[in-house]
Write a protein that binds this ligand. Structure first.
Ligand code: ATP
Ligand code: MG
Length: 253
């Protein structure tokens, strides 16, 4: 089967420091990859390279039928970068909602402004998405009037409003009070059940195990081990993985 996402020999440096060593990854449509690893191992940088928020030094990112090649001589065109970003929704640790816009305005902003979707169509779709994340009654609220868990569910609805082929999550629950974590994980689990292709960076180990088709453990910008959740969490092949998974505690959903 041809993967939806394919990363080949991706490298990224900040200054002289190499953050991602030649990195290779394939993800099939409808599959969920969770990424775990210590702080500073390059997880956020990898996600940001996948949707070209950071421009890698070398390598390629292929999403569906579009391949973006990176090298020092030639940068991809802005048209290609924008196309990749539009097909790749991103959900951040800190929500990144527009504080001066209502929930509805936050959700329809990109479809109306970037995709030129007709406004009433965008509103109808946003209403469906709000129902999906359990917040149909919050359309006219401002982000400051919502809990962290609600804000994150709105951020997910906003990402879905662009009909992404791939959703990227960067520690979607780590800014939340523990009692709000479950409601966000539940929405992500539902998306997984519906067949959304996702890459999720998380410190919630039980969740990483439960939701994933494949788990990837990375350290120092390299893949240490990847495989089915049962392998990574219960029968790791690499001693470093064993140490990492044995010392992280957890939230059970
Ligand atoms: N914009 C930047 N400029 C310079 N160095 C950066 C930048 N962003 C990240 N780094 C460095 O790259 C390395 C990897 O950072 P990254 O944020 O990708 O790690 P991470 O695995 O997401 O960590 P955490 O679990 O703490 O979020 C770190 O050493 C960090 O200091
Ligand atoms: Mg990070």
């Amino acid at each position: 089967m041809i993967p939806l996402l394919s990363i080949r020999n991706l490298t990224k440096k900040f200054g002289k420091q190499t953050i991602l060593h030649p990195f290779n990854l394939d993800l099939e449509q409808g599959k969920v990859l969770t990424i775990i690893g210590p702080s500073g191992s390059g997880k956020t940088t990898l996600l940001r390279c996948i949707n070209a928020l950071e421009i890698p030094e070398t390598g390629s990112v292929t999403l569906g039928d579009r391949e973006l090649q990176f090298n020092s001589k030639r940068k991809p065109s802005s048209t290609d970068l924008i196309a990749l970003r539009q097909k790749t929704g991103m959900v951040f640790q800190s929500f990144e909602l527009f504080p001066h816009l209502t929930v509805m305005q936050n959700i329809i902003e990109a479809p109306v402004v970037v995709k030129k979707t007709n406004k009433s169509e965008a509103i109808a779709k946003a209403e469906q998405l709000l129902m999906k994340v359990g917040l149909a009654d919050k359309a006219n609220f401002y982000p400051s009037e919502l809990s962290g868990g609600q804000k994150q569910r709105i951020a997910i609805a906003r990402a879905l409003a662009m009909d992404p082929q791939l959703l990227l999550f960067d520690e979607p629950t780590s800014a939340l009070d523990p009692e709000l974590v479950g409601e966000v994980l539940q929405v992500i689990k539902q998306l997984a059940a519906e067949g959304m292709t996702m890459v999720i960076v998380t410190h919630e180990m039980k969740f990483a195990e439960n939701v994933a088709d494949t788990v990837l453990f990375m350290e120092d910008g390299k893949i240490v081990e990847q495989g089915p959740p049962q392998q990574l969490f219960h029968e790791p092949l690499h001693p470093r993985t064993r140490i990492f998974v044995s010392r992280v505690n957890d939230y059970v959903i």
